[in-house]
Write a protein that binds this ligand. Structure first.
Ligand code: XUL
Ligand code: CO
Length: 440
Protein backbone atom coordinates (compact mmCIF):
# COMPACT_ATOMS: atom_id res chain seq x y z
CA UNK A 1 0.00 0.00 0.00
CA UNK A 2 2.93 2.37 0.43
CA UNK A 3 5.09 2.37 -2.70
CA UNK A 4 8.07 4.72 -2.93
CA UNK A 5 7.15 8.37 -3.47
CA UNK A 6 6.24 9.00 -7.09
CA UNK A 7 6.58 12.78 -7.09
CA UNK A 8 10.11 13.83 -6.26
CA UNK A 9 9.11 17.06 -4.51
CA UNK A 10 8.24 18.39 -1.07
CA UNK A 11 4.93 19.97 -0.27
CA UNK A 12 4.35 22.91 -2.66
CA UNK A 13 4.88 26.09 -0.61
CA UNK A 14 3.37 29.55 -1.06
CA UNK A 15 6.19 31.97 -1.92
CA UNK A 16 4.34 35.02 -3.23
CA UNK A 17 4.13 36.82 -6.59
CA UNK A 18 7.88 37.54 -6.80
CA UNK A 19 8.92 33.90 -6.53
CA UNK A 20 10.71 32.35 -9.48
CA UNK A 21 10.38 28.87 -8.05
CA UNK A 22 8.26 26.86 -10.52
CA UNK A 23 7.35 24.47 -7.71
CA UNK A 24 5.80 27.14 -5.48
CA UNK A 25 2.48 28.94 -5.45
CA UNK A 26 2.64 32.63 -6.24
CA UNK A 27 -0.98 33.40 -5.37
CA UNK A 28 -2.53 30.37 -3.66
CA UNK A 29 -2.21 31.04 0.05
CA UNK A 30 -4.82 28.76 1.66
CA UNK A 31 -5.34 30.67 4.91
CA UNK A 32 -5.19 34.19 3.48
CA UNK A 33 -8.45 35.96 4.27
CA UNK A 34 -10.32 37.13 1.19
CA UNK A 35 -13.42 39.17 2.01
CA UNK A 36 -13.35 37.65 5.48
CA UNK A 37 -13.05 34.00 4.42
CA UNK A 38 -9.91 31.87 3.93
CA UNK A 39 -8.91 31.45 0.31
CA UNK A 40 -9.12 27.67 0.57
CA UNK A 41 -12.79 27.90 1.63
CA UNK A 42 -13.59 30.15 -1.32
CA UNK A 43 -12.02 27.73 -3.79
CA UNK A 44 -12.50 24.25 -2.28
CA UNK A 45 -10.02 22.85 -4.81
CA UNK A 46 -10.25 19.28 -5.99
CA UNK A 47 -7.97 17.05 -8.04
CA UNK A 48 -9.75 14.67 -10.38
CA UNK A 49 -8.73 11.05 -10.37
CA UNK A 50 -9.53 10.16 -13.96
CA UNK A 51 -7.39 12.59 -15.95
CA UNK A 52 -4.55 12.70 -13.45
CA UNK A 53 -4.18 9.03 -12.53
CA UNK A 54 -6.12 6.93 -15.05
CA UNK A 55 -5.85 8.57 -18.45
CA UNK A 56 -2.87 7.08 -20.32
CA UNK A 57 -2.22 9.95 -22.76
CA UNK A 58 -3.90 8.26 -25.71
CA UNK A 59 -5.62 9.95 -28.65
CA UNK A 60 -7.47 8.62 -31.68
CA UNK A 61 -4.20 8.25 -33.57
CA UNK A 62 -2.11 6.56 -30.92
CA UNK A 63 -1.98 4.66 -27.66
CA UNK A 64 -1.00 6.11 -24.30
CA UNK A 65 2.28 7.97 -23.90
CA UNK A 66 2.33 7.99 -20.08
CA UNK A 67 4.27 5.24 -18.40
CA UNK A 68 2.83 5.03 -14.90
CA UNK A 69 3.89 2.16 -12.63
CA UNK A 70 0.26 1.53 -11.59
CA UNK A 71 -0.95 0.98 -15.18
CA UNK A 72 -1.66 -2.58 -16.30
CA UNK A 73 0.41 -3.79 -19.26
CA UNK A 74 -1.15 -3.42 -22.73
CA UNK A 75 -4.10 -5.81 -23.01
CA UNK A 76 -3.91 -6.86 -19.33
CA UNK A 77 -6.80 -6.14 -16.97
CA UNK A 78 -6.31 -3.74 -14.06
CA UNK A 79 -5.92 -5.58 -10.75
CA UNK A 80 -6.88 -4.49 -7.23
CA UNK A 81 -3.16 -4.30 -6.37
CA UNK A 82 -2.62 -1.76 -9.15
CA UNK A 83 -5.72 0.14 -8.01
CA UNK A 84 -4.22 0.35 -4.51
CA UNK A 85 -0.90 1.54 -5.88
CA UNK A 86 -2.77 4.24 -7.82
CA UNK A 87 -4.61 5.30 -4.67
CA UNK A 88 -1.39 5.68 -2.72
CA UNK A 89 0.13 7.86 -5.45
CA UNK A 90 -3.03 9.95 -5.71
CA UNK A 91 -2.98 10.74 -1.99
CA UNK A 92 0.74 11.48 -2.13
CA UNK A 93 -0.13 14.01 -4.84
CA UNK A 94 -3.05 15.61 -2.94
CA UNK A 95 -0.84 15.99 0.12
CA UNK A 96 2.07 17.51 -1.76
CA UNK A 97 -0.17 19.97 -3.58
CA UNK A 98 -2.17 20.77 -0.45
CA UNK A 99 -5.49 20.43 -2.29
CA UNK A 100 -8.31 19.70 0.16
CA UNK A 101 -10.60 17.57 -2.08
CA UNK A 102 -10.65 14.91 -4.78
CA UNK A 103 -13.29 13.49 -7.15
CA UNK A 104 -13.60 10.08 -8.80
CA UNK A 105 -15.75 7.81 -10.96
CA UNK A 106 -16.36 4.27 -9.75
CA UNK A 107 -14.30 2.87 -12.62
CA UNK A 108 -11.35 5.20 -11.91
CA UNK A 109 -10.83 3.68 -8.50
CA UNK A 110 -11.19 -0.05 -9.11
CA UNK A 111 -11.80 -2.60 -11.86
CA UNK A 112 -15.54 -3.03 -12.46
CA UNK A 113 -16.21 -6.51 -13.83
CA UNK A 114 -19.56 -7.31 -15.53
CA UNK A 115 -20.91 -8.28 -12.12
CA UNK A 116 -22.41 -5.63 -9.88
CA UNK A 117 -21.88 -7.59 -6.66
CA UNK A 118 -18.17 -8.10 -7.35
CA UNK A 119 -17.86 -4.46 -8.44
CA UNK A 120 -19.36 -3.45 -5.12
CA UNK A 121 -16.89 -5.61 -3.22
CA UNK A 122 -14.04 -3.95 -5.13
CA UNK A 123 -15.45 -0.50 -4.36
CA UNK A 124 -15.88 -1.31 -0.69
CA UNK A 125 -12.32 -2.59 -0.47
CA UNK A 126 -10.89 0.59 -2.00
CA UNK A 127 -13.27 2.76 0.06
CA UNK A 128 -11.77 1.30 3.23
CA UNK A 129 -8.31 2.32 2.03
CA UNK A 130 -9.59 5.72 0.93
CA UNK A 131 -11.05 6.27 4.39
CA UNK A 132 -7.68 5.48 5.91
CA UNK A 133 -5.88 7.89 3.58
CA UNK A 134 -8.55 10.55 4.09
CA UNK A 135 -8.15 10.27 7.86
CA UNK A 136 -4.37 10.41 7.59
CA UNK A 137 -4.24 13.43 5.27
CA UNK A 138 -7.47 15.32 5.99
CA UNK A 139 -8.29 15.28 2.25
CA UNK A 140 -12.04 15.03 1.59
CA UNK A 141 -14.27 13.79 -1.19
CA UNK A 142 -15.85 16.60 -3.22
CA UNK A 143 -17.89 14.19 -5.30
CA UNK A 144 -18.26 10.69 -6.56
CA UNK A 145 -19.87 9.63 -9.83
CA UNK A 146 -20.59 6.59 -11.98
CA UNK A 147 -18.99 6.11 -15.35
CA UNK A 148 -22.07 5.32 -17.45
CA UNK A 149 -20.45 6.01 -20.79
CA UNK A 150 -17.23 4.03 -21.41
CA UNK A 151 -18.42 0.42 -21.37
CA UNK A 152 -19.89 -0.81 -24.66
CA UNK A 153 -23.17 -1.67 -22.91
CA UNK A 154 -23.73 2.09 -22.70
CA UNK A 155 -23.05 2.84 -26.35
CA UNK A 156 -26.70 3.91 -26.80
CA UNK A 157 -26.91 5.64 -23.43
CA UNK A 158 -27.48 4.51 -19.84
CA UNK A 159 -30.75 6.05 -18.58
CA UNK A 160 -31.76 6.83 -22.18
CA UNK A 161 -30.92 3.40 -23.59
CA UNK A 162 -33.67 1.80 -25.69
CA UNK A 163 -33.08 -1.42 -23.73
CA UNK A 164 -34.57 -1.26 -20.20
CA UNK A 165 -32.03 -3.85 -19.04
CA UNK A 166 -29.28 -1.28 -19.59
CA UNK A 167 -31.27 1.33 -17.64
CA UNK A 168 -31.56 -1.22 -14.84
CA UNK A 169 -27.86 -2.05 -14.90
CA UNK A 170 -27.04 1.66 -14.74
CA UNK A 171 -29.32 1.97 -11.72
CA UNK A 172 -27.31 -0.81 -10.06
CA UNK A 173 -24.04 0.93 -10.84
CA UNK A 174 -25.31 4.26 -9.47
CA UNK A 175 -26.62 2.65 -6.29
CA UNK A 176 -23.16 1.20 -5.60
CA UNK A 177 -21.19 4.38 -6.08
CA UNK A 178 -23.80 6.67 -4.54
CA UNK A 179 -23.66 4.53 -1.40
CA UNK A 180 -19.87 4.54 -1.45
CA UNK A 181 -19.89 8.34 -1.91
CA UNK A 182 -22.17 8.51 1.14
CA UNK A 183 -19.87 6.24 3.13
CA UNK A 184 -16.93 8.53 2.26
CA UNK A 185 -18.94 11.57 3.31
CA UNK A 186 -18.84 13.08 -0.19
CA UNK A 187 -20.04 16.66 -0.36
CA UNK A 188 -21.85 16.04 -3.68
CA UNK A 189 -22.76 13.36 -6.18
CA UNK A 190 -22.48 14.17 -9.92
CA UNK A 191 -24.40 12.89 -12.92
CA UNK A 192 -22.84 13.66 -16.26
CA UNK A 193 -24.87 12.28 -19.16
CA UNK A 194 -21.98 11.26 -21.38
CA UNK A 195 -24.10 9.25 -23.77
CA UNK A 196 -27.52 10.51 -22.73
CA UNK A 197 -28.27 11.90 -26.15
CA UNK A 198 -28.30 10.61 -29.69
CA UNK A 199 -25.98 9.97 -32.59
CA UNK A 200 -28.81 10.08 -35.15
CA UNK A 201 -32.47 11.05 -34.85
CA UNK A 202 -33.27 8.31 -37.37
CA UNK A 203 -33.18 5.67 -34.62
CA UNK A 204 -34.24 7.86 -31.69
CA UNK A 205 -37.52 8.45 -29.86
CA UNK A 206 -36.62 11.72 -28.17
CA UNK A 207 -39.72 11.98 -25.99
CA UNK A 208 -39.25 8.42 -24.72
CA UNK A 209 -35.60 9.02 -23.89
CA UNK A 210 -36.41 12.24 -22.02
CA UNK A 211 -39.03 10.41 -19.94
CA UNK A 212 -36.48 7.69 -19.16
CA UNK A 213 -33.88 10.24 -18.07
CA UNK A 214 -36.43 12.09 -15.95
CA UNK A 215 -37.36 8.82 -14.23
CA UNK A 216 -33.73 7.87 -13.67
CA UNK A 217 -32.93 11.21 -12.03
CA UNK A 218 -35.99 10.86 -9.80
CA UNK A 219 -34.85 7.37 -8.74
CA UNK A 220 -31.40 8.66 -7.82
CA UNK A 221 -32.91 11.47 -5.75
CA UNK A 222 -35.25 9.03 -3.98
CA UNK A 223 -32.35 6.75 -3.13
CA UNK A 224 -30.28 9.66 -1.87
CA UNK A 225 -33.03 10.45 0.65
CA UNK A 226 -33.56 6.81 1.53
CA UNK A 227 -29.94 6.31 2.55
CA UNK A 228 -29.70 9.73 4.23
CA UNK A 229 -27.02 11.13 1.93
CA UNK A 230 -26.80 14.85 2.71
CA UNK A 231 -24.61 15.88 -0.21
CA UNK A 232 -25.92 17.80 -3.21
CA UNK A 233 -26.95 16.03 -6.41
CA UNK A 234 -25.42 17.76 -9.40
CA UNK A 235 -25.99 17.55 -13.14
CA UNK A 236 -23.10 18.48 -15.40
CA UNK A 237 -24.29 20.02 -18.68
CA UNK A 238 -22.45 19.36 -21.92
CA UNK A 239 -23.84 19.83 -25.44
CA UNK A 240 -22.04 17.08 -27.36
CA UNK A 241 -19.09 14.67 -27.35
CA UNK A 242 -19.28 11.76 -27.09
CA UNK A 243 -22.78 11.86 -28.64
CA UNK A 244 -23.64 14.22 -31.47
CA UNK A 245 -26.26 15.82 -29.24
CA UNK A 246 -26.56 15.49 -25.48
CA UNK A 247 -29.81 16.24 -23.67
CA UNK A 248 -28.05 18.11 -20.85
CA UNK A 249 -26.95 20.69 -23.41
CA UNK A 250 -26.24 23.68 -21.15
CA UNK A 251 -27.41 25.23 -17.89
CA UNK A 252 -30.63 26.57 -19.39
CA UNK A 253 -31.54 23.25 -21.03
CA UNK A 254 -30.99 21.34 -17.80
CA UNK A 255 -33.08 23.94 -15.97
CA UNK A 256 -35.99 23.37 -18.36
CA UNK A 257 -35.57 19.59 -17.97
CA UNK A 258 -35.62 19.79 -14.18
CA UNK A 259 -38.80 21.85 -14.32
CA UNK A 260 -40.44 19.49 -16.82
CA UNK A 261 -39.76 16.45 -14.60
CA UNK A 262 -40.47 18.18 -11.30
CA UNK A 263 -36.89 17.85 -10.06
CA UNK A 264 -36.19 21.45 -9.06
CA UNK A 265 -34.81 21.43 -5.54
CA UNK A 266 -33.28 17.96 -5.97
CA UNK A 267 -30.52 18.87 -8.41
CA UNK A 268 -28.10 21.72 -8.89
CA UNK A 269 -25.48 22.23 -11.60
CA UNK A 270 -21.85 21.30 -11.98
CA UNK A 271 -20.67 23.76 -14.62
CA UNK A 272 -17.53 23.07 -16.65
CA UNK A 273 -15.63 25.66 -18.66
CA UNK A 274 -15.02 23.62 -21.80
CA UNK A 275 -18.61 22.35 -21.81
CA UNK A 276 -20.02 25.88 -21.70
CA UNK A 277 -17.75 26.94 -24.54
CA UNK A 278 -18.72 23.89 -26.63
CA UNK A 279 -22.33 25.02 -26.18
CA UNK A 280 -21.39 28.37 -27.70
CA UNK A 281 -21.39 30.20 -24.36
CA UNK A 282 -18.71 31.63 -22.14
CA UNK A 283 -18.06 30.00 -18.77
CA UNK A 284 -19.30 33.18 -17.20
CA UNK A 285 -22.58 32.89 -19.09
CA UNK A 286 -23.48 29.47 -17.70
CA UNK A 287 -22.42 30.56 -14.22
CA UNK A 288 -24.58 33.68 -14.47
CA UNK A 289 -27.50 31.55 -15.69
CA UNK A 290 -27.11 29.11 -12.80
CA UNK A 291 -26.95 31.91 -10.27
CA UNK A 292 -29.92 33.74 -11.77
CA UNK A 293 -31.98 30.55 -11.45
CA UNK A 294 -30.73 29.36 -8.08
CA UNK A 295 -28.96 26.34 -9.55
CA UNK A 296 -25.31 27.04 -8.74
CA UNK A 297 -23.68 23.93 -7.31
CA UNK A 298 -20.09 23.16 -8.22
CA UNK A 299 -17.53 23.76 -10.97
CA UNK A 300 -15.28 21.74 -13.22
CA UNK A 301 -12.41 23.92 -14.23
CA UNK A 302 -10.34 23.60 -17.41
CA UNK A 303 -10.13 25.32 -20.77
CA UNK A 304 -10.67 24.53 -24.43
CA UNK A 305 -8.49 25.45 -27.34
CA UNK A 306 -9.97 28.37 -29.29
CA UNK A 307 -8.89 26.77 -32.57
CA UNK A 308 -10.35 23.33 -31.81
CA UNK A 309 -14.02 22.51 -31.63
CA UNK A 310 -13.83 19.75 -29.05
CA UNK A 311 -13.35 19.15 -25.37
CA UNK A 312 -9.56 19.50 -25.04
CA UNK A 313 -9.74 19.73 -21.23
CA UNK A 314 -6.57 21.75 -20.81
CA UNK A 315 -5.57 23.24 -17.49
CA UNK A 316 -6.95 26.75 -16.92
CA UNK A 317 -4.51 29.63 -17.35
CA UNK A 318 -6.67 32.66 -18.11
CA UNK A 319 -6.78 34.92 -15.04
CA UNK A 320 -9.37 37.24 -16.56
CA UNK A 321 -11.78 34.36 -17.14
CA UNK A 322 -11.19 33.13 -13.58
CA UNK A 323 -11.74 36.65 -12.24
CA UNK A 324 -15.10 37.01 -13.98
CA UNK A 325 -16.21 33.56 -12.81
CA UNK A 326 -15.13 34.11 -9.22
CA UNK A 327 -16.58 37.59 -9.11
CA UNK A 328 -19.99 36.07 -9.84
CA UNK A 329 -19.58 33.08 -7.53
CA UNK A 330 -18.42 35.21 -4.59
CA UNK A 331 -21.10 37.86 -5.20
CA UNK A 332 -23.70 35.07 -5.19
CA UNK A 333 -22.65 34.07 -1.68
CA UNK A 334 -19.88 31.61 -2.63
CA UNK A 335 -19.70 27.86 -2.64
CA UNK A 336 -21.54 25.71 -0.12
CA UNK A 337 -21.08 22.00 -0.87
CA UNK A 338 -19.43 22.69 -4.26
CA UNK A 339 -15.83 23.27 -5.21
CA UNK A 340 -13.52 23.81 -8.15
CA UNK A 341 -12.49 20.47 -9.59
CA UNK A 342 -9.62 20.31 -12.07
CA UNK A 343 -11.32 18.28 -14.77
CA UNK A 344 -8.24 18.88 -16.89
CA UNK A 345 -5.62 16.69 -18.43
CA UNK A 346 -2.01 17.00 -19.46
CA UNK A 347 -1.02 17.24 -23.08
CA UNK A 348 0.13 13.95 -24.52
CA UNK A 349 3.79 14.99 -24.62
CA UNK A 350 3.84 15.98 -20.94
CA UNK A 351 4.97 12.56 -19.78
CA UNK A 352 6.90 13.32 -16.59
CA UNK A 353 5.43 13.16 -13.07
CA UNK A 354 6.47 16.80 -12.63
CA UNK A 355 4.24 17.84 -15.53
CA UNK A 356 1.23 16.91 -13.42
CA UNK A 357 2.57 19.12 -10.64
CA UNK A 358 3.24 22.12 -12.91
CA UNK A 359 -0.22 21.76 -14.47
CA UNK A 360 -1.96 21.91 -11.11
CA UNK A 361 0.22 24.70 -9.72
CA UNK A 362 -0.62 26.81 -12.77
CA UNK A 363 -4.33 26.05 -12.56
CA UNK A 364 -4.47 26.69 -8.83
CA UNK A 365 -2.60 29.99 -9.13
CA UNK A 366 -4.90 31.04 -11.97
CA UNK A 367 -7.91 30.56 -9.71
CA UNK A 368 -6.21 32.17 -6.72
CA UNK A 369 -5.15 35.16 -8.83
CA UNK A 370 -8.70 35.41 -10.15
CA UNK A 371 -10.08 35.32 -6.62
CA UNK A 372 -7.79 38.15 -5.51
CA UNK A 373 -8.78 40.23 -8.54
CA UNK A 374 -12.45 39.50 -7.83
CA UNK A 375 -11.91 40.70 -4.26
CA UNK A 376 -10.47 44.00 -5.56
CA UNK A 377 -13.35 44.36 -8.00
CA UNK A 378 -15.92 43.76 -5.27
CA UNK A 379 -14.21 46.08 -2.80
CA UNK A 380 -14.04 48.82 -5.41
CA UNK A 381 -17.76 48.44 -6.10
CA UNK A 382 -17.77 50.39 -9.40
CA UNK A 383 -19.00 47.47 -11.48
CA UNK A 384 -21.77 46.64 -9.01
CA UNK A 385 -22.80 50.28 -8.90
CA UNK A 386 -22.84 50.56 -12.67
CA UNK A 387 -25.18 47.59 -13.02
CA UNK A 388 -27.51 48.63 -10.22
CA UNK A 389 -27.67 52.21 -11.57
CA UNK A 390 -28.50 50.81 -14.98
CA UNK A 391 -31.66 49.17 -13.61
CA UNK A 392 -32.45 51.88 -11.06
CA UNK A 393 -35.57 52.95 -12.97
CA UNK A 394 -37.23 49.70 -11.97
CA UNK A 395 -36.81 50.48 -8.29
CA UNK A 396 -39.41 53.25 -8.15
CA UNK A 397 -43.05 52.64 -7.30
CA UNK A 398 -44.21 52.51 -10.90
CA UNK A 399 -41.43 50.10 -11.96
CA UNK A 400 -42.25 47.76 -9.09
CA UNK A 401 -45.96 47.88 -9.88
CA UNK A 402 -45.29 46.84 -13.50
CA UNK A 403 -43.22 43.87 -12.37
CA UNK A 404 -45.80 42.90 -9.76
CA UNK A 405 -48.40 42.56 -12.51
CA UNK A 406 -50.38 45.60 -11.37
CA UNK A 407 -50.44 47.36 -14.75
CA UNK A 408 -52.12 46.26 -17.98
CA UNK A 409 -50.71 46.62 -21.47
CA UNK A 410 -53.34 49.32 -22.05
CA UNK A 411 -52.28 51.37 -19.03
CA UNK A 412 -48.67 51.19 -20.16
CA UNK A 413 -49.60 52.11 -23.72
CA UNK A 414 -51.57 55.14 -22.57
CA UNK A 415 -48.71 56.25 -20.36
CA UNK A 416 -46.18 55.81 -23.18
CA UNK A 417 -48.35 57.90 -25.51
CA UNK A 418 -48.59 60.74 -23.02
CA UNK A 419 -44.87 60.81 -22.14
CA UNK A 420 -41.86 62.00 -24.15
CA UNK A 421 -40.06 59.16 -26.00
CA UNK A 422 -37.37 57.41 -23.86
CA UNK A 423 -33.81 58.68 -24.35
CA UNK A 424 -31.28 55.89 -25.14
CA UNK A 425 -28.44 55.48 -22.61
CA UNK A 426 -24.96 54.09 -23.40
CA UNK A 427 -24.20 50.55 -22.21
CA UNK A 428 -20.52 51.58 -21.79
CA UNK A 429 -19.12 48.15 -22.66
CA UNK A 430 -15.59 49.35 -23.46
CA UNK A 431 -15.42 51.44 -20.29
CA UNK A 432 -16.41 48.34 -18.29
CA UNK A 433 -13.89 46.13 -20.06
CA UNK A 434 -11.17 48.63 -19.20
CA UNK A 435 -12.41 48.67 -15.62
CA UNK A 436 -12.03 44.87 -15.33
CA UNK A 437 -8.47 45.07 -16.68
CA UNK A 438 -7.57 47.49 -13.93
CA UNK A 439 -8.20 44.78 -11.35
CA UNK A 440 -6.82 41.66 -13.05
C1 XUL B 1 -16.54 14.78 -19.48
C2 XUL B 1 -16.55 15.24 -18.08
C3 XUL B 1 -16.66 14.17 -17.05
C4 XUL B 1 -17.49 14.52 -15.87
C5 XUL B 1 -17.68 13.39 -14.89
O1 XUL B 1 -16.44 15.79 -20.42
O2 XUL B 1 -16.46 16.41 -17.80
O3 XUL B 1 -15.37 13.84 -16.68
O4 XUL B 1 -16.94 15.59 -15.16
O5 XUL B 1 -18.20 12.27 -15.49
CO1 CO C 1 -16.40 17.40 -15.98
Amino acid sequence: MSPAPYFDIDRVPFEGPDSHNPLAYRYYEPDRLVLGKPMEDHLRLAVCYWHSFCWPGSDMFGAGTFDRPWFAGAGDPETMELAEHKLAVAFEFFEKLGTPFFCFHDVDAVPLPDDLAQSRRNLDRIAALMEREMDRTGVKLLWGTANLFSHRRYMAGAATNPDPAVFTYAAGQVRNILEVTHRLDGANYVLWGGREGYDTLLNTDMRHEADQLGRFLALVAEHKHKIGFKGTLLIEPKPMEPTKHQYDHDAATVHAFLQRYDLIGEYRLNIEVNHATLAGHSYEHDIAYAIANDLMGSFDINRGDPQNGWDTDQFPNDVTEATLALYRVVRAGGLTTGGFNFDAKLRRQSIDPLDLVHAHIGGIDTLAGGLLAAERLIEDGALDRFVSDRYAGWGNEEGRAVLAGERSLETLADRAQAAPAPVPVSGRQEYLENLINRFV
